[in-house]
Ligand binder design. Structure first.
Ligand code: URA
Length: 255
């Protein structure tokens, strides 16, 4: 993406809602709709990736393993798996639900219409994809018809996301939508009831603060809730500043 942040927001026609006190911002509208995709069945009969093995993988091995994964039925409908994109030393980790048609075709998360809104949301808090930001999904393969991934599919994919978090050691995780909230926090309550709260993701010694907000595709269909998402992003930015001011060490349980 070579557009400047201001230009990006102007292109999206979103200046009023995403405007920062100290910087321009904006939001988008229109349906999420990206559809189609011709499934190419991968080689079958591979054993599912064992969580214990995944937990020891480095980035290249993890990416390769995800690309070849057949741990759940989603592999049968994918063109390619979509492991994630961005800075592998990022402070910020954004997690969505799963690839749609465009992501399945391009192999990168959030490149469709919802992705353009996500880019605008990032720009509004002075972030951009790939620069101190990593973007991943709860499932790495496209659910047919862009349906919500089933709990078993998210469970099968969980070791990969868990390993991504462990390798990244982000200072903050932002969960985009209910599926991501279920995958990471095992939290099934409606998203609206969890906004504005600071959760913790724990994995052994690793403790990472977590904030939830609406999925960009939802926001494209529910324009009034963009103001709430903006509040969530401001909350996330405040939380990140506190983490960065506190130093490089991640908080430990009991802090
Ligand atoms: N929606 C998601 O949750 N993830 C993507 O990568 C694209 C759309």
């Amino acid at each position: 993406m070579s557009l400047s942040r201001t230009r990006l927001l102007q292109e999206m026609g979103i200046a009023p809602v995403w405007r920062l006190r100290d910087a321009p911002g904006g939001e988008a509208d229109g349906p999420a709709g990206d559809e189609a995709a011709v499934p190419a069945p991968p080689d079958a009969d591979r054993p599912p990736a064992a969580a214990g093995v995944v937990a020891a993988m480095d980035w290249p091995t993890l990416r390769q393993t995800i690309a070849e994964c057949t741990a759940c039925g989603l592999c049968r409908g994918r063109r390619q798996a979509v492991p994630g994109v961005g800075d592998e030393n990022a402070d910020w980790l954004f997690i969505g639900e799963g690839p749609g048609a465009e992501e399945d075709a391009r192999g990168e998360p959030f490149v469709g219409q919802a992705g353009r809104l996500l880019d605008a949301m990032l720009a509004a808090i002075d972030l951009q994809r790939g620069d101190n930001v990593y973007i991943a999904n709860a499932v790495k393969c496209r659910p047919p018809g862009n349906r919500t991934p089933e709990p078993e599919e998210m469970a099968a994919c969980w070791p990969y996301l868990q390993r991504q978090i462990a390798l990244l050691r982000p200072k903050l995780i932002v969960l985009l939508g209910r599926a991501a909230m279920q995958a990471v926090l095992n939290e099934a309550r409606p998203l609206g009831a969890s906004r504005g709260k600071l959760f913790e993701y724990r994995d052994g010694e690793l403790v990472v603060p977590v904030i939830v907000t609406y999925h960009p595709a939802y926001l494209l269909r529910n324009l009034p809730d963009k103001a709430k998402a903006w509040e969530d992003l401001c909350f996330a930015r405040r939380t990140m500043r506190q983490r960065q001011a506190a130093g490089t060490d991640l908080p430990r349980s009991g802090d």
